[in-house]
Design a protein around this ligand. Structure first.
Ligand SMILES: Cc1cc2nc3c(=O)[nH]c(=O)nc-3n(C[C@H](O)[C@H](O)[C@H](O)COP(=O)(O)OP(=O)(O)OC[C@H]3O[C@@H](n4cnc5c(N)ncnc54)[C@H](O)[C@@H]3O)c2cc1C
Length: 483
């Protein structure tokens, strides 16, 4: 596979064919490379090489993600990290001022560490695997042809363009995925907010060993330790904000405990320039087309408050591996299987991030009431707190469980309104609360309908279609298969 030749006249390169080309060497690309090399496939990992030290991105990994990384053979990398253990989330509400712990299930821990260390060590490790060839500082520039037999694509490295044929192309090139566009896959994109990140002394975090969420104040804030003595603080600002926005309005940090507030302020005044990122929803209309497939953020990306992005990348890698193991024949069978298997969990993850962001950060009457419901629910139900954390960490992927938990929170919000401590007139919030519950419940119904459709397709339509092709049933009654 390392056989690369450059035509002296055209200056173009030709690379020996491979089974799989992966565009992007981030968490998703590394995990997929490991998963597919384990199946005995030859893998070319093409990575543009963004500077991870400048990025504000994934640093907290839930237990599901740790488990999947170990299953993909990265156990030695995980053990070598100087990561910080994470036992769950500590959610601090502003009014009334109270902190509630959402623990993971018993005996499991997540971890957190600096993004560059995490991603670079995965890339170095996977590049050493038999069957994997890493092309660093290289970029996929065009998909020239894509059909059921494979893809022909172009990539550039050091100013030289190469062409290459592969049986499968995996787009793991992040949320703005240029390869997704080259494949002509439609996308839904919505910008949500701007994230500002600084590092502070981790001694000012009130609940060591937990991811901290500060909710209900002027700004939503996330914080967790990323190495001994150092914590990352991420402040969710309105779209288009800069560090100056925060410096000009110190009252926006009013949600934070005084020690943490002073540390963030010190970092803004004296520390290196804060890291910035935009928080976006990017959802691909389909995750596969012919012999190409999307994984990780290229397939779906949502607001990072649930810290589920990397766990989702590793889950995608395992799902793709399993699909190719089950369907070693034509690639489209495996990709169809992959798309079907990952979709319910993705729908739940994206819907949850959206519902939770509204509940944590919005200030309308309905969302204020919902926050009271969350506080009341978690305070009165340890089981509810664990169930919420299972959903947050993608341990629990079922939409109907999310719907059930959401309805319980709404019920607790109504109970909180009726309590003797509730302020006079609180009951007026009931109508906005019920109206705000509409979108999450609509998502749940849409998901249930889609799953029924998918079940119908597998159990009824596809067998009828096959019979029709074999001449056993009337073609008119057969249904075309769909993606
Ligand atoms: C502010 C913020 C905080 C976050 N916090 C968390 C968290 O705590 N926990 C968590 O799990 N997730 C978190 N996430 C999400 C997490 O960072 C992403 O889910 C994860 O990085 C996605 O990995 P990926 O491999 O799909 O994409 P990326 O990490 O974006 O990697 C894409 C790779 O593709 C390469 N590339 C791009 N174009 C090309 C091309 N044409 N050819 C070849 N290579 C190309 C790039 O160089 C890059 O290496 C956070 C995200 C943000 C924005």
């Amino acid at each position: 596979m390392n056989h690369r030749q450059v035509d002296p006249e055209s200056g173009e390169g030709r690379v020996g064919d491979v089974d799989v080309v992966i565009a992007g060497g981030g968490p998703a690309g590394c995990a997929v490379a490991a998963a597919l090399a384990e199946l005995g496939l030859s893998v070319l990992l093409v990575d543009a090489g963004v500077d991870r030290h400048k990025q504000l991105a994934g640093e907290l990994l839930h237990p599901t993600g740790v488990r999947d990384l170990r299953a993909l053979g990265f156990g030695d990398v995980v053990d070598a990290w100087q990561s910080q253990p994470v036992r769950g989330f500590a959610v601090r509400f502003q009014a009334p001022a109270r902190t509630l712990i959402l623990p993971y299930g018993s005996g499991v821990t997540g971890l957190s560490l600096d993004h560059a260390t995490l991603t670079n060590s995965l890339l170095e490790s996977v590049a050493r695997r038999p069957g994997v060839t890493l092309l660093g500082r290289a970029r996929v520039t065009a998909v020239e042809h894509n059909d059921a037999r494979g893809v022909r694509l172009r990539f550039s490295q050091q100013g030289i363009e190469h062409t290459l044929h592969a049986r499968l192309l995996v787009a793991a090139d992040g949320r703005a995925s240029p390869v997704r566009r080259m494949l002509g896959i439609a996308e839904h994109h919505a910008r949500i907010s701007t994230m500002l990140g600084v590092t502070v002394d981790s001694a000012c975090l009130t609940h060591p060993g937990h991811g901290h969420q500060f909710v209900g104040g002027p700004l939503h804030v996330l914080a967790y330790a990323i190495q001994p003595g150092v914590a990352r603080v991420m402040v969710d600002l309105p779209l288009g904000s800069t560090a100056q926005t925060l410096k000009g309005h110190p009252e926006l940090l009013h949600t934070l405990p005084s020690g943490l507030k002073a540390e963030v302020w010190r970092a803004l005044e004296e520390g290196p320039a804060p890291r910035m990122a935009s928080n976006d929803d990017w959802l691909a209309e389909t995750v596969w087309v012919e012999s190409a497939v999307l994984v990780g953020d290229a397939a779906a990306c949502c607001h990072p408050l649930t810290a589920s992005g990397m766990a989702s990348c590793f889950h995608d890698a395992r799902a793709l591996q399993e699909a190719l193991r089950r369907h070693p024949g034509p690639v489209h069978r495996a990709l169809e299987h992959y798309a079907r298997e990952r979709r319910p969990a993705q729908r739940t993850r994206v819907a949850l991030a959206s519902a939770l962001y509204s509940a944590f950060a919005r200030h309308d009457e309905g969302m204020r009431a919902l926050r009271q419901g969350l506080l009341h629910y978690w305070e009165h139900s340890p089981r509810g707190a664990r169930a919420s954390m299972a959903l947050l960490s993608s341990e629990e992927p079922r939409m109907r469980v999310m719907t059930r938990e959401y309805l319980r929170v709404v019920g607790h919000a109504l109970i909180a309104m009726l309590s003797p401590q509730a302020q006079a007139g609180r009951l007026r919030s009931a109508a906005p609360l019920l109206r705000a519950s509409g979108p999450p419940l609509r998502d749940a119904v849409a998901s249930a309908v889609e799953q029924m459709g998918s079940w119908l397709h597998r159990r009824v339509r596809r067998p009828v279609y096959r019979l029709a092709r074999a001449g056993w049933a009337s073609p008119r009654r057969a249904f075309a298969s769909s993606r």
